[in-house]
Design a protein around this ligand. Structure first.
Ligand SMILES: [Fe+2]
Length: 257
């Protein structure tokens, strides 16, 4: 990658010989060299500087090769070693864990071979979650979110567990292999009603959740399924609680009554 003088670039903490992963901040006229999965984790479109100016929409991704980005607050760049590389060994890299080792005992089955990379803190962004989730057409209520990113790995044929609980907004980008993000009516595999097929460079087109009361998020029952050995990227938007001291005085007084 060729950084412009203003751009700040660093490897993400899950970058490895299997998969180079970089974060670029404050990119202006930034050259992407070679074939690269480029993720826009922000809420404004990122313009590709070609004759037919196209954008990478908010919370989405594409595959670029030897081209330029006009401007971006943040970009995630992912370059697997090779499309046909053997990737299972990535879970032996520093900081990777079986999900069962990250949760309370009994919360996740050790029989399900789902592994997570270290998590990297990307930045803090402001947006109206109802606007970003397509529930209204203008931004009315901007909230602060801490953005983090990590990789997941599961071998071919893994159903990664049907669940519906998250206290954040999650977005997934396929990095290696062929997988699916699936929606269900309940926790039974037979209740599937939507199957979103994912190949490298593809991001699920809209986050799977809706806003709920007091900064909560409602998810349908969903799971990731790996058809082949798969690596995918999760970007999580964790709401920052509004501190009382940031509220205007009338609001503070109202809260006392
Ligand atoms: Fe999920």
């Amino acid at each position: 990658m060729t950084a412009t003088p203003s751009a700040i670039e660093r490897p993400l903490n899950f970058s490895s010989p299997y998969l180079r992963a970089d974060l670029v901040r404050d990119a202006v006229d930034y050259t992407v060299e070679g074939r690269t999965i480029v993720v826009n984790p922000g809420v404004t479109p990122v313009t590709i500087a070609e004759e037919f100016r196209k954008t990478i929409p908010p919370l989405s991704s594409t595959v670029l090769a030897d081209t330029r980005i006009e401007k971006a607050d943040a970009l995630l760049l992912l370059r697997p070693a090779a499309e046909d590389a053997e990737m299972a060994g990535i879970v032996e890299q520093d900081g990777w864990s079986h999900l069962a080792d990250l949760l309370d005992p009994g919360e996740f089955s050790r029989e399900t071979p789902l592994h997570r990379s270290p998590r990297d803190e990307i930045n803090t962004v402001l947006f109206d979650p109802a606007y970003v989730l397509g529930e209204r057409e203008t931004q009315l209520d901007q909230r602060e979110f801490n953005v983090s990113a990590n990789l997941w790995f599961a071998p071919a044929g893994t159903d990664c567990f049907i669940h519906n609980k998250h206290d954040f907004i999650e977005v997934h980008t396929q990095v290696h292999g062929l997988g699916r993000m699936q929606r269900f009516r309940n926790q039974d595999q037979a209740s599937l009603y939507q199957d979103v097929l994912m190949s490298p460079g593809y991001t699920t087109p809209d986050p799977f959740c809706a806003t709920g009361p007091q900064c909560s998020y409602h998810y349908p029952m969903h799971q990731y399924r790996a058809d082949t050995d798969c690596i995918w990227l999760a970007i999580e938007y964790h709401p920052v609680p509004r501190a009382l001291r940031t509220l205007p005085l009338p609001t503070l007084l109202e809260n006392r009554s």
